[in-house]
Design a protein around this ligand. Structure first.
Ligand code: AMP
Length: 297
């Protein structure tokens, strides 16, 4: 099983083409749903008592919800906007609400999970969950601008204790105070993890270990609606493929990065999680195979 810790949000997103208000989002939502196509996927998260029932019903179809709690108060609300190129995000509001002082509890049945993904919640929440799971085979974490600004030291502690870190290019620049991604990735590796993946939006992702670099391109898309959640779906595809293959060797890691790109590409084709509702594993494999033939030479 893949256990996903992450935010479960209502997202308000503005793009030059369309804006949407309070649609389901959050790092935990995206990563757990993307992972669910590959293996059993559980979600540890908190929602408020205003969270629409229809979204909970959607979750029930794809996820194990033993770790999802309903707090008293409002759900986490994230407001952001994208410019014409749909590249860089501007955060307009981060209203933590019930998620702010949440103490995540790992349900008994998740404590021996082999695959643990710590999505972009507070570093203290990531550490608490890490401590409640007994010796997972693979632990991977992500973060977001807000946590780099508010708890950089806590985040570095998380990074020192996980096997792998996934971050986007701007987060690496901000966290490591360098304009160069290679230098940034090396610094993060020096803090302890075995690998770092730097996500570069539509331009793909780069896997760094101490010995090797594996750069990959993004899946070429003509229609992008909303980049929100691409990074979390990348992580869900990455963890999902590794859990399904059972191997953590280098070829499996490389394949997993490509599955990450593929799942990220589906996420951005629609707002919220809408693209995943009709999606099947066949669609995923078709895109993966196309990607593979595209980059072979
Ligand atoms: P991504 O686009 O993959 O980087 O992640 C976007 C998701 O992260 C959105 O659906 C947001 O609801 C969620 N998010 C944004 N800011 C935060 C935050 N400070 N803590 C937790 N989740 C967040």
């Amino acid at each position: 099983m893949i256990v996903n810790l992450g935010s479960v949000a209502l997202d308000t997103t503005e793009t030059p083409f369309k804006s949407v208000s309070r649609l389901v989002g959050g790092s935990g939502t995206y990563s757990s749903i993307a992972a669910s196509f590959f293996a059993e996927s559980g979600l540890i998260g908190i929602i408020g008592d205003d969270f629409p029932e229809e979204y909970i019903n959607l979750f029930r179809e794809k996820l194990d919800l033993a770790g999802l709690v309903i707090g008293e108060g409002k759900s986490f609300h994230f407001v952001s906007s994208f410019g014409y190129d749909l590249g860089a995000r501007t955060t307009i509001a981060t209203e933590l609400n019930v998620f702010g002082d949440w103490d995540p509890i790992v349900p008994e049945e998740y404590r021996n999970a082999e695959f643990l993904y710590l999505g972009n919640v507070g570093p203290h929440q990531q550490l608490s969950v890490l401590e409640q799971v007994d010796r997972p085979r693979l632990t991977v974490a992500d973060t977001i601008e807000y946590w780099i600004n508010t708890d950089r030291a806590g985040l570095i502690e998380v990074i020192s204790r996980v096997n792998g870190m996934v971050l986007n290019d701007n987060e690496v620049r901000q966290l490591c105070q360098t304009s160069n991604l290679i230098m940034g990735a090396k610094e993060i590796l020096d803090w302890g993890p075995r690998f770092v993946i730097v996500k570069k939006g539509e331009h793909g992702a780069i896997l760094f270990t101490r010995k090797k670099i594996f750069p990959t391109c993004g899946y070429p898309l003509e229609k992008i609606r909303d980049p929100t959640g691409a990074g979390d779906c990348f992580a869900g595809g990455f963890m999902g493929h590794l859990a399904r293959s059972g191997s953590l060797n280098e070829p499996a890691m490389r394949e997993a990065v490509v599955y990450g790109n593929v799942m990220g590409s589906f996420a951005v084709e629609e707002f919220s999680i809408n693209r995943f509702i009709p999606l099947t594993i066949k669609d995923i494999e078709r895109r993966y195979n196309f990607y593979k033939s595209m980059v072979s030479f």
